[in-house]
Design a protein around this ligand. Structure first.
Ligand code: SF4
Ligand code: SF4
Length: 109
């Protein structure tokens, strides 16, 4: 398996626990659809959220995705505000995983 991101087994396992609930973007009142994550201002697709970026990290690790200009735009839109980690009850390392993608994509050219 080619690795486009340096993930430990623990982080890769953590990513699999994402339920795609959306609370990392909308908070505990996700049904109101008021985005709290600055990345989500780019667009209202799931990929523009911490949960979406967890799936992106998984795809990169599994060599099913490559870094593209639009993907880099998503990754560097993150302000590291921590809203996702405060609202997700399952994953606790969003910012570390996003940082790992940023490091790897700079090296990807
Ligand atoms: S990262 Fe957490 S809050 Fe966001 S969609 Fe996945 S499980 Fe839900
Ligand atoms: S840390 Fe990044 S991904 Fe998480 S809510 Fe803030 S801007 Fe969004």
């Amino acid at each position: 398996m080619s690795k486009k991101i340096d993930l430990s087994n623990a982080l890769y396992t953590e990513i699999h626990k994402c339920t795609r609930c959306g609370q990392c973007t909308y908070g505990k009142n996700e049904a109101a659809y008021i985005p709290l994550c600055p990345v989500n201002t780019l667009g209202h697709f799931f990929s523009h959220s911490a949960g979406g970026m967890m799936q992106i990290a998984r795809s990169l690790y599994e060599d099913k995705l490559a870094y593209s200009p639009s993907l880099k735009e998503i990754l560097f839109r993150c302000t590291t505000c921590g809203v996702c980690e405060a609202n997700c009850g399952i994953i606790h390392d969003h910012q570390e995983i996003i940082a790992k993608m940023r490091i790897s994509c700079i090296g990807s050219g």
